[in-house]
Design a protein around this ligand. Structure first.
Ligand code: SF4
Ligand code: SF4
Length: 464
């Protein structure tokens, strides 16, 4: 993009960082939200191989260029410096001298780098308000640190609350107790978060949609069948051809689990071929329901290609998923076995559910929310449920019993009522501590009367 007022100053940015760069430029009033920038920008949507002519032409005649490259070593910066040197172009190139060598390039981090760049080459382009904004952030951070006293514990990355993919890893953990440990070939997507605690599942990740193809290299060395995990985004992107087609052609004895959540979720939920249609979403009377089952295009494609062993399992049915995984690992069937784990992305569902419930509530209609909880008098504080679930809203609190020291499990606000913790308690025969609560807003008259009757009976049965 050619800059509008400072075209002689250039910014070279990796494609994935472009939106954040625009946000950072907005802090200097150097761009609008639609990307009309006062500085020239070259966006590298492909970072390897680089096209020398494209980069050198962009740098030619510029007063200076800032390269925004996340990660280190600074491969692009080194290559760019070499390209310019070969052509004897003297355009100053900045990069890691003005930006951090590691860590995430947030809008604030980029703004800090832009400030250094502009200070050196165009101080007149910096509004005083931008300097103040950056300085006030530093001050605010110091104030918050002083208020907290000690740093808050770091929270490892995890799947969203109520994610339909989490139950599958609970089921896999349980299945391995009978089958034994299996090699898991992971993939790019939200499910890659299962490599963290409490699942620690995924021995290798090669690339988007590559889990089944890359498994071919390790399968012959393994005692048990290898499990390849793939999202539906990865399946359509690459896995169908490099993985499924190759495994069928070669007659591989492989197990593939496809997360059919309906979207390319990890990048913000973009639609794909098997995304539930808008008509199905509008027609659904209960917006809480997963609509992943409304598209059968993955199953039809697999059958059309010749997959003979195919199972579709709703992800929240932990015991069913555990049994299906066990069957896939132990069956006499030789050849590709595919499990389609069906459950719509919770992020998308919540985007639908929240406005729907708010609208029901506002218009005086009955609105039902489901939440799960733990009976603190029954919980023995062994935390097996937490090790099996990893849900961020299933956490700990002090034990109300003064004679017990172990904290008990508790469900905090934010629970979306997916039911996984209850399912796990059932599938792994953990404990009877979990309960399911239905919160009814704008209840019907009969519900009010029934509720009062329940309360009266409970009071009567309670010890004085
Ligand atoms: S975006 Fe969707 S699939 Fe990804 S972690 Fe969140 S709920 Fe799960
Ligand atoms: S039902 Fe359990 S697993 Fe699901 S969101 Fe609530 S606490 Fe988390």
């Amino acid at each position: 993009f050619q800059g509008t007022t400072h075209a002689d100053l250039g910014l070279v940015v990796q494609g994935g960082l472009y939106n954040t760069l625009i946000r950072a430029l907005q802090q200097f009033d150097l761009s609008d939200a639609f990307g009309v920038s006062r500085l020239s920008i070259l966006v590298l949507n492909v970072t390897y191989p680089l096209v020398p002519a494209e980069l050198t032409n962009f740098c030619k005649g510029k007063t200076a260029v800032l390269l925004l490259e996340e990660g280190q070593p600074e491969y692009i910066e080194q290559e760019l410096a070499l390209m310019l040197r070969r052509l004897d172009l003297q355009t100053p190139v900045h990069g890691k001298d003005m930006l951090p060598s590691g860590g995430e390039y947030t809008a604030e981090v980029m703004a800090d780098g832009l400030l250094k760049f502009l200070d050196k080459h165009r101080p007149s382009a910096i509004p005083e308000s931008s300097r103040n904004w950056l300085q006030s952030n530093v001050q605010r951070r110091k104030q918050v640190q002083a208020m907290l006293g000690a740093p808050i514990p770091a929270r490892p990355p995890s799947m969203c609350v109520g994610c339909p993919e989490r139950p599958v890893f609970s089921a896999l953990k349980l299945a391995q107790e009978t089958v034994g440990p299996v090699h898991v070939s992971g993939d790019i997507g939200c499910h890659a978060l299962a490599t963290f605690e409490p699942f620690s599942v995924g021995h290798s990740i090669l690339g988007y949609g590559m889990s089944l193809a890359s498994r071919a290299g390790v399968s012959p060395l393994m005692k048990r069948r290898v499990l390849s995990v793939m999202g539906d985004g990865g399946f359509w992107h690459n896995g169908l051809l490099t993985g499924v087609q190759s495994a069928l052609f070669n007659g591989d004895d492989a197990v593939l689990l496809i997360f059919k959540n309906g979207y390319t979720s990890a990048t913000g939920t973009q639609d794909i071929i098997n995304t539930p249609s808008e008509a199905d979403k509008d027609a659904s009377p209960d917006k809480r329901q997963s609509l992943a089952h409304t598209s059968k295009v993955i199953e039809a494609t697999l059958e059309g290609l010749g997959v003979k062993w195919l199972r579709t399992v709703h992800t929240y049915e932990v015991a069913h998923m555990q049994a299906t995984l066990t069957e896939a690992f132990t069956t006499d069937f030789q050849g590709l076995k595919v499990i389609v784990a069906e459950g719509e992305c919770q992020l998308e569902r919540q985007r639908r559910i929240k406005p729907w419930l708010a609208q029901l509530k506002a218009s005086g209609q009955r609105a039902l929310r489901v939440k799960y909880g733990v009976d603190e008098d029954v919980c023995n504080g062994d935390h097996a449920c937490i090790r099996l679930s990893g849900c961020p809203t299933l956490t700990l609190k002090d034990n109300p019993d003064p004679l017990k020291v172990d904290p008990v499990a508790t469900v905090i606000d934010g629970c979306v009522g997916c039911g996984l913790c209850g399912e796990n308690a059932h599938a792994a025969t953990l404990c009877p501590s979990f309960y399911r609560a239905e919160i009814v807003q704008n209840p019907k008259l009969t519900e009010r009367l029934f509720g009062r009757l329940q309360q009266a009976i409970t009071r009567f049965l309670q010890p004085a």
